[in-house]
Write a protein that binds this ligand. Structure first.
Ligand SMILES: Cc1cc2nc3c(=O)[nH]c(=O)nc-3n(C[C@H](O)[C@H](O)[C@H](O)COP(=O)(O)OP(=O)(O)OC[C@H]3O[C@@H](n4cnc5c(N)ncnc54)[C@H](O)[C@@H]3O)c2cc1C
Length: 513
């Protein structure tokens, strides 16, 4: 799913197989997506006596959950100073309480279900390397302390190198995310849930009974539909199109040369650097994640993102060997608070998105909240995470600014320049002019080329080539396609149209005849 890289978590967990859906179904509750959100929701529902059905386009944890850093913490960058400023103390307190509840849920499930996922207590640090970052850190400390969070200010720390100060939040955790979700899925199934993989939802009809059409021609009818797919697969009230933007990030797992302190760290400023320790078979592994950028707007050579992380890991503890490298994306909202709940008043369609790379707690919370909404009609924190929260209207201006890039791409992309193909190297992709239209070309290592119509099938935004993953990525809403045009992830429903496939030499002759 994530191009030609595999995360450390997916590499080290034994793959669990679930069957694909083979017949039409009529169910009470359909959950689409088997990341931490969908599986937590299925588990909670099954525990309450419901029999939810989960369908998943790929395999369990194929999305961000399998490609995360695995920090389970309520320290979400400088979230508290941000939301306190925007929404005030009560809102910020509810945020702390709701996210802490999610952390407690994970701890309690690990115990109750005897889950072996290396859940380990860990202190979360938000650190500064510049005076500008230090102001953010100090502010976060003040607000967090005011909220009653047990935080400590550390000046001139020894680690990470170059840090000048950091705020520490004890009693947080790290885990192996794939092992956790696999075990929770198994527990959900034992309580009555059903999971089908390789079953992609492609269209939703939102009537009293929701009808979900799948790629394999099958249909699932459900009274309640939970979209645990990050970008919702159905946007009836048009709430998500201008209010979600995709951000990509990169990760590496490293066998390090030297020792380094325990704890999980994140930089307050740019470039983002997120650090944690994982212990596998008694050996300490250094995990470094970062290099965040809006999807399809990173370095031209995306390999550079990995090189930067490897260099950074080297500065922390030296690098013997890179054990895994991967990348993934998550969605953000204008005010950095997720959307969780019904997509419109009284609707039986539910979404959970905009986790801003903190979805291990927010997705857990979402799973719990949506299970409550379905079984009781209510849930605590509904307003906080609702799209209509607080003074939401005042964020609309910001929405437009922050997603202006996305919407602007729809227009700008139609006027960019093209290049010749003669010097195209194996493994390279680029935008060209092909038979009078703009297209995307990719040359593989067997000298075959594929030329694609690179208008995203979601909203026709022009795609950019991602060198590290060898994918075509959409800068607007994060749709991603393989080099031969197959849809990998994001809101689009269709793969790209192939304009030409053949040998590179044939193409060069054809083009210049
Ligand atoms: C690099 C990186 C590091 C991160 N680190 C952390 C961290 O340390 N701590 C933290 O709290 N959060 C972290 N996050 C965020 C966190 O990983 C995500 O927010 C969380 O995993 C989202 O879970 P999810 O279940 O909502 O989505 P996903 O895990 O993405 O699951 C969605 C699933 O839906 C499936 N799907 C999509 N469309 C369809 C369809 N049409 N039909 C059927 N199935 C479909 C996908 O295949 C996928 O399996 C990180 C994110 C990234 C990108």
């Amino acid at each position: 799913m994530e191009g030609n890289t595999v995360s450390y978590w997916n590499k080290t967990a034994k793959k669990t197989e679930y069957p694909r859906l083979e017949k039409n179904l009529e169910v009470d509750i359909l959950i689409v997506g088997s990341g931490i959100t969908g599986i937590t929701c299925a588990y909670c529902l099954a525990q309450k006596g419901a029999n939810p059905v989960v369908i998943e386009a790929g395999g369990l944890c194929d999305g961000s959950t399998g490609n995360t850093t695995g920090k389970v913490t309520i320290q979400h960058d400088n979230v508290y100073s941000r939301i306190y400023k925007k929404y005030g103390m009560d809102f910020a307190k509810d945020y702390v309480e709701s996210q802490s509840g999610a952390l407690d849920f994970i701890r309690s499930r690990v115990k109750a279900e005897s889950i072996d996922c290396q859940l380990t207590d860990s202190t979360s640090y938000l650190y500064a390397v510049t005076q500008e970052d230090m102001k953010l850190v100090e502010k976060e400390f003040d607000v967090a302390a005011g909220l009653g969070i047990d935080v400590e200010m550390i000046r001139k720390p020894d680690f990470p190198p170059d840090s000048i100060g950091m705020v520490a939040l004890k009693n947080q955790a790290v885990f192996h995310p794939v092992r956790y979700v696999q075990a929770l899925a198994k527990a959900a199934v034992s309580k009555g849930a059903k999971i089908y993989c390789d079953t992609k939802a492609i269209r939703v009809e939102d009537e009293d009974i929701k009808t979900v059409y799948c790629e394999n021609g099958l249909v699932v009818k459900a009274k309640h539909l939970v979209m645990a797919t990050q970008y919702p697969i159905y946007d009836g009230p048009n709430i998500f199109f201008t209010r979600l933007y995709a951000k990509r990030a990169y990760g590496i797992a490293v066998d390090a040369k030297r020792d380094w302190p325990d704890g999980n760290y994140i930089s307050a400023g740019e470039p983002t650097r997120s650090i944690r320790t994982h212990v596998e078979d008694g050996k300490r592994i250094l995990i470094v994640v970062g290099e965040d950028h809006a999807t399809a707007r990173g370095e031209d050579n995306t390999e550079l993102h990995y090189e930067n992380l490897i260099q950074f890991a080297g500065s922390l503890a030296g690098v013997n060997r890179v054990l895994a490298k991967w990348s993934a994306q998550d969605y953000e909202t204008p005010d950095h608070v997720p959307y969780i709940g019904r997509i419109s008043d009284h609707s039986n369609v539910y979404a959970a998105t905009g986790f801003k790379k903190w979805g291990l707690t927010s997705g857990t919370l979402a799973g719990n909240m949506i299970a409550d909404l379905i079984t009781t009609g209510n849930t605590r924190y509904e307003e906080l995470y609702s799209r209509k929260r607080g003074d939401y209207s005042s964020s609309i201006g910001k929405t437009v600014t922050e997603v202006a890039g996305s919407v602007g791409e729809l227009i700008k992309s139609k006027f960019e320049t093209t290049e010749s193909i003669q010097n195209l190297k194996p493994g390279e992709g680029r935008v060209i002019n092909f038979e009078g239209r703009k297209a995307g070309i990719y040359r593989d290592f067997d000298d075959h080329v594929t030329i694609l119509d690179i208008s995203c099938t979601h909203m026709t935004t022009e795609l950019n080539f991602n060198v590290a993953e060898r994918t075509w990525d959409c800068p607007a809403h994060g749709g991603r396609y393989s080099a031969d045009g197959k849809l990998l992830e994001g809101p689009p429903k269709d793969s790209l149209k192939v304009l030409f496939q053949g040998s590179f030499s044939d193409l060069v002759v054809k083009k210049h005849r």
